[in-house]
Design a protein around this ligand. Structure first.
Ligand SMILES: Cc1cc2nc3c(=O)[nH]c(=O)nc-3n(C[C@H](O)[C@H](O)[C@H](O)COP(=O)(O)O)c2cc1C
Length: 209
């Protein structure tokens, strides 16, 4: 898949926290909306994709995996994959056109790196760019319980302008499958990035209606 400057463009980072399905559901939903995705996956993000979703979901096979799992609609979007070691990639600069970035899921290590502006790799640098350019940065941390440094790092990111969107699916929509839970989280991410979605039904005031 190649870049297309006429499309809305979003950066997505996948890091080594549990919940790879949140990443694949978010990617599929963005692609199905015709978005151009600038994707970067950390080494442990790669491991979690493979460990939690299987050999067919490795980064090299990700597009066919998304199509098989979520349907042909993902072909509406485009995707560029960057190395996490490439600090010269387009998304390392504020001159690139991404309107926002989601780190989904976001490890406590990457959270710490963003909180302290370390820019040690492309995930951290692209997130830093979002903060300095005052663009949307949506972070989906997953850990439990959380230490005081981890809690403080979330506060630092929120103070810098990030949206902290913990991997905490709700149950009031009466989920029946793991995919229902992933849909809920992906819908929250798309909403925070400014996209409409129908990934879960809007709250009607009554559970199950
Ligand atoms: C199977 C597995 C599950 C993990 N789950 C989490 C997790 O849920 N949250 C977290 O913060 N770190 C988790 N880790 C640890 C991170 O992957 C580790 O800190 C790594 O250095 C993160 O690097 P990254 O942010 O560059 O991906 C997990 C590691 C493994 C191997």
């Amino acid at each position: 898949m190649s870049a297309d400057t006429r499309r809305p463009s979003v950066a997505v980072a996948v890091t080594g926290a549990s919940g790879a399905v949140y990443a694949t559901r978010t990617l599929a939903a963005l692609l199905a909306r015709g978005v151009h995705v600038e994707l970067v996956v950390s080494d442990y993000g790669r491991r979690l994709l493979r460990d939690e979703l299987g050999e067919q979901a490795t980064l090299e096979r990700l597009v066919p995996y998304l199509t098989d799992r979520y349907g042909d609609a993902v072909a509406a979007g485009t995707m560029t994959v960057h190395s996490n070691r490439d600090l010269g990639a387009t998304i390392a600069s504020g001159s690139q056109g991404c309107s926002g970035m989601a780190i989904v899921p976001c490890s406590m290590k990457t959270l710490a790196g963003v909180a302290h502006g370390l820019s040690r790799n492309l995930v951290e640098r692209a997130a830093d760019v979002m903060l300095k350019e005052r663009r949307r940065l949506v972070m989906v941390p997953r850990e439990t319980p959380m230490s005081l440094p981890q809690l403080r790092n979330m506060v630092l990111c929120a103070e810098a302008g990030a949206i902290i969107l913990p991997a905490m699916p709700a149950f009031y929509q009466l989920p029946k499958t793991l995919d229902d839970l992933a849909d809920f989280m992906a819908g929250k991410v798309l909403g925070a990035l400014g996209f409409d979605h129908d990934l879960y039904p809007p709250w009607t005031g009554r559970v199950g209606s």
